[in-house]
Design a protein. Structure first.
Length: 480
């Protein structure tokens, strides 16, 4: 190479944005620009004249340069400088003189350190993302909207138990082809809403067939990431994750909730049955004393609040001890059952109740009932029991009869309002009065404001009678 040509080449090398040098056919440095000298870590004048294999780092490529000088193509290659932690890319081109004779080899060094670092970081990030996705049973997929074909992460088949080179279904790259036939329409509708711009994000749950033959549940979420100039969607990007465990857990939880509801309903019914049994007399199948106390307390409060009137009756089978002595306790039990049924038939309103109070004694609460109404019901009770015609040789009537004591609670402004215990005491005294007056009849107790109990005893079953005034502590005495 002539001096003028070499000078022109040296000038162009100095202005180049990369590290350049020229070596002659003997692999000696002829031209070195400042960038190249900086990489070698010495001034240019100290490099020129040395052979390639004298000065690192290009000593590693000496043989490649020699082959390039005789016409072999030299591919680009990267090498790492340990001292400076640099990565350089080497490329070389033959230089010919005006006559076309090879006069040397032009060598370029490009600093790839930052690019290599970024590429390495990206590669590591991709590896971490792939590992995280694989571990979580997820994959990424991209839909080319115009062709309706899908590209998926390389590991997506692993989630389904397949090898990367195995086909899951025919034409698996077609959108929704791998999805359960029953789920395709729903997933496609959700996607179409996003593609039409009705929604910004896509979400769908569907099933995909695992290689082992079972269907696994998949949740996919995504959005359009690229549009054509006319605004139509071009690319759609989404993630998919295996949610089979969550789905099974949800189904198990739902089944547990349903079973719990069934058990709760069964428990409620059982509690109701137990409550009913605990409030029922086993002999007569009437409500028992416990139920009577609850109803009396409830209706007493309601009457005080709403100011209607209520009736309380105490009913006793006449000469029942004699009946047991004459006919035996089994007959006595049967007698009580038939009397209970007769009394039950006389009370027809849903709010009224007849109960077995204890032994041969019964009690009734009639809601929203005045004295006339109570006397009418009591008369039906007397007639109903007599109509049984249950033989009783120990009674003057020769049949089983009952006596009834009743009282009415109607709140007024006079005196101290009574309590349920006052009503029970009044009804019980009326019953005693009916017994003393000859049995098989009705006695009515009235509570005055000063606590005085006034009792009217019917002389017969038709009603009517004389009035006896009693103080709260007195016991009525009537001729039998």
């Amino acid at each position: 190479m002539k001096g003028r040509e070499q000078l022109q080449l040296q000038t162009s090398y100095e202005s180049a944005p990369v590290a350049l040098c020229l070596i002659d056919p003997e692999l000696r440095y002829v031209i070195v620009n400042a960038r190249f000298a900086s990489i070698l870590g010495r001034p240019a004048y100290d490099i020129i004249g040395h052979r390639i294999d004298d000065l690192p780092p290009l000593t590693v490529a000496g043989a490649d340069f020699a082959r390039a000088l005789i016409g072999e193509r030299m591919a680009e290659r990267d090498f790492h400088i340990a001292d400076t932690d640099q990565t350089l890319r080497i490329s070389a081109e033959l230089v010919r003189d005006a006559e076309g004779v090879v006069s040397g080899l032009s060598i370029a060094l490009i600093d790839m350190t930052e690019r290599t670092r970024i590429a390495g970081a990206l590669d590591r990030a991709e590896q971490r993302a792939t590992y995280a996705l694989r571990t979580a049973g997820q994959w990424i997929w991209e839909l080319d909207v115009p062709s309706n074909r899908v590209t998926r992460s390389p590991h997506w088949k692993e989630v389904l138990g397949y090898q990367p080179n195995e086909n899951t279904v025919p034409d698996e790259q077609l959108a929704w082809q791998i999805v359960h036939p029953s789920d395709r329409a729903g997933a496609d509708r959700a996607l179409k809403r996003v593609l039409r711009g009705e929604r910004k994000t896509f979400e769908a749950t569907y099933r995909i067939l695992h290689k082992n033959g079972r269907w696994i549940w998949i949740l996919s979420r995504g959005a359009v990431v690229d549009y054509a100039p006319d605004g139509s969607p071009l690319r759609f990007l989404a993630t998919s994750v295996d949610i089979t465990r969550q789905k099974l857990a949800e189904e198990e939880l739902a089944a547990t909730v349903r079973q719990r509801r069934v058990l709760e309903q069964e428990l409620i019914r059982a509690n109701r049955r137990l409550t009913a049994l605990s409030e029922m007399d086993s002999l007569t199948e009437l409500p028992n004393r416990r139920k009577f106390d609850k109803v009396l307390e409830r209706e007493f409060r309601r009457t005080r609040r709403n100011q209607p009137s209520m009736a309380l009756m105490m009913i006793d089978v006449d000469h029942f001890k004699n009946f047991n002595d004459l006919y035996g306790h089994q007959a006595g039990d049967e007698c009580l059952r038939t009397v209970a049924e007769a009394l039950r038939k006389t009370v027809q309103r849903s709010g009224d109740i007849v109960t077995r109070y204890g032994g041969e004694e019964f009690a009734a609460v009639l809601t929203d009932t005045d004295e006339a109404g109570a006397l009418e019901v009591a008369a039906r009770m007397l007639a109903g029991v007599r109509a049984l015609a249950c033989a009783h040789a120990g009674s003057a009537e020769n049949v089983v009869t009952v006596s009834i004591g009743l009282t009415i609670f109607a709140l007024d402004a006079s005196g101290q309002p009574p309590t349920p215990q006052h009503l029970l005491r009044a009804a019980d005294r009326a019953l005693y009065a009916a017994k003393e007056a000859g049995r098989d009849r009705i006695a009515t107790a009235r509570l005055d404001g000063d606590g005085t109990i006034r009792i009217t005893v019917s002389p017969d079953r038709a009603g009517g009678g004389a009035v006896t005034v009693l103080s709260p502590g007195e016991v009525p005495k009537f001729p039998v």
